[in-house]
Write a protein that binds this ligand. Sequence first.
Ligand code: ADE
Ligand code: ZN
Length: 326
Amino acid sequence: FGESTTTAAPPVAELHLHIEGTLQPELIFALAERNGIELPYADLDELRARYEFTDLQSFLDLYYANMAVLRTEQDFADMTRAYLARAAAGGVRHVEVMMDPQAHISRGVALETCVNGVASALATSVEDFGVSTLLIAAFLRDMSEESALEVLEQLLAMKAPIAGIGLDSAEVGNPPSKFERLYRRAAEAGLRRIAHAGEEGPASYIYEALDLLGAERIDHGIRCMEDTALVERLVAGQIPLTVCPLSNVRLRAVDTLADHPLPAMLAAGLNVSVNSDDPAYFGGYVDDNFEQLVAVHRLSVADRARLAANSVRSSFADEARKAELL
Ligand code: ADE
Ligand code: ZN
C-alpha cells in the first residue's frame, strides 16, 4: 500500500547496456541533420513505427541501420552523455557500457573515432552525472573470430580504455565455441570477460560461455531455466546473469512481462540483476524495467533491494566504489 512510492530506490548498477541502443529517435534525426545524412524515414513517427520487433534479428536490422548517423567523435560523445543523464535520473550510479566497434569500422568510421567519442564522455561521468563507468568492447558473433581478433589487437595497440570484452549480435548459429581464441587473448591481456548467452540461444550456449570462454558474467541467460543442472551450477557459483525484462518482451524471447522468468530466477537463488539492454528500442531504462516488474509481479521491497545489491556486487567496479553503493 504505497510502499513502492514511499521507499527510496536503492542505488543500482547497470551491467547490460549497449550504448548504440540508447540512440533515441530524436537524436537520430538531429545527428542526420548535423552530418548531412538522408534518412529513409520522412519523420519521427515513420521511424517510431519501425520499433515493432518479431525476434532479435528484426531488431538488429534497425539497430545497425540507425548507426549510420554516428560519424564523428562528437556524435558518439553526445549519444553517451544523453544516456548517462537519463540513467542517472533513473537512479543508476554505476554503468558498464558495451559498444560494438565492428559495427562502426565496417561502415568506414575509424576505431579511434568511435572509441574516443564514447570514452571521452565516460571519462567525466562521475563529475557530470555522479555515475561511475567502465567500457566494454563487444564483438559481433555473426562476424568471424579473425575479425574480432584483429579489432582486439588494434584496441590493445591503441591502449583503448576498455575493462573487458563481450559477445553480442545474432546468437543462434553463432555459439561461444566460435570465439575461444578471442577470449583466451583477452584473458592474457588482463581483460574481464562477459558474453551474451541463453537469450534466444539454448542453455548449452551458457555452458560454452562459462567453460570455453571463461565468461565471468552471462548477459541475459534466461534460458538457463530449461536446465535444472545448469541452474544449480549458476546458483552454487553465484554467476551473475544480467537480465533485461523489457528487451525480452519486445524481442519475443518471452510472451509478456507476466510470463517473464525473473521472479522464478530470484526464487531459485540465481544472481540476477535488472538491466535495459537497448533502452531507446525497448521502451524503457532501468527504472522503467523496475517499475513495470513491480507493477506486474508485485516484487517486494526486499526483492528490489536484492536485485540492486546483486547489480553492485556483480559489477567490475573497485571494492571502494562497491562499498559506497551497497
Ligand atoms: N546487440 C544489442 N542488443 C543486443 C541483444 N539484446 N542481443 C544481442 N545482441 C545485441
Ligand atoms: Zn544485450
